[in-house]
Design a protein around this ligand. Sequence first.
Ligand code: SF4
Length: 368
Amino acid sequence: MTNDQVAGASAPARMRTRRVMVGDVPVGGGAPVSVQSMCTTKTADAASTLAQISRLADAGCEIIRVAIPDAGSLDGFQEVCSKSPLPVIADIHFDYRLAIEAARRGASALRINPGNIGSWDRVDAVIDACGQAGIPIRIGVNAGSLDKKIAERQDLTLPEKLVASSVSFVEHFKELGFFDIVLSAKAHSVPTTLATYRALSQELPSVPLHVGVTEAGTLQQGTVKNAAGVGILLEQGIGDTMRLSLTADPVEEVNVAWELLSALGMRRRTPELVSCPTCGRCQVDMIPIAEEVSRRLASVKAPITVAVMGCVVNGPGEASDADIGVACGRDQAMLFANGKPIRKIPADRIVDELMSEIDRRFEAGGKD
Ligand code: SF4
């Protein structure tokens, strides 16, 4: 279960785009911003790919993309599509025949960059195949693979080139009567990402946007870049689905995406931990306590706010919005719920007592 609107939070107003269905997941048209990731396994190895999809689905991934680098991946792809709990997008570069075959073999959508498919005839053949299969296409424009004519223009900035490429592709698709489009135009630079997507939302207001900072780096840097780039866009109502690219286990992409949606007050799936940075008033070793609570909250599915505060002086007050929490003292801690004290607990039982209270109140019968 997810909360598509976090209680009490003021979520950003969303731009209204056309709704497209990726399998059973709506994208655009006011649907909740969906969370995507991409498998790192070889698609030809269907068993490994399905195992990774299962882990991603458990983490809250809603749409999965897999690479189809060659014809040898197609049998595995077909098996993945038939068994996956998530809609599967086929990611194709260069070879339009792979795209057509993926559409026939059960893809819920294709992701192509028309700029590297070759001639328009080939792009049009892919559009026809998707039309027949009744599936959408994500037009994925990348700063690193722009249409050559546009890439060579000296009079345009990089965001202007990305927007010009995107607009020309979308216009072509629409001229053929194909409207089930999702668009992305990604860069690894946050300022370029912001400028590009802001312009796209003005130039193509009805087209659902897939947002993300691409090639954002390893876990820490990539999280910060995506939080800045995607966070600002979402706050401005721009973006219908997202993939936060990280050089890490793809489950981390999903975890970070949900943290971002939760921080923006847009969607909540799991607990949010409020923990103080500690100061000279703190009388316990807070960091391991907060880390242990964070680790154990990973298995809690209730969208609650949990506070772990370093002192009984300011703790309950500072965490008054929390559903449940502890304010730690020298030998004992105060357990509180909804900002009010409930009972004292001994210092060596802080995490266990907090977690069992969470289990009793929120896991057994939902949020009380
Ligand atoms: Fe300091 Fe207490 Fe505030 Fe933590 S809750 S930062 S220990 S005053």
